[in-house]
Design a protein around this ligand. Structure first.
Ligand code: SF4
Length: 68
């Protein structure tokens, strides 16, 4: 199953993903984006497109696929 992940080290705290997909992302204590609901939605895909530093990704939860 797919789920959403954010790299909070890479996040520059612009707030775009929280504005676009507030059901999925929220700010942590340090103001970086964190995932509060890892379901992959259309808003999540928009947030991935909007993130200026590509800190958001969709990963496979139960199978880690090797790079081909
Ligand atoms: S859009 Fe990207 S850089 Fe901006 S808050 Fe979200 S994860 Fe961080």
């Amino acid at each position: 199953m797919e789920k959403v992940k954010v790299d909070s080290e890479r996040c520059i705290r612009c707030g775009a993903c929280v504005a676009i997909a507030g059901n999925t992302f929220d700010f942590d204590e340090e103001g970086a984006s964190t995932v509060i609901n890892d379901e992959v939605t259309e808003e999540v895909r928009q947030a991935i497109d909007m993130c200026p530093v590509s800190a958001i990704e969709i990963v496979e939860e139960d199978e880690i696929k090797e790079e081909e």
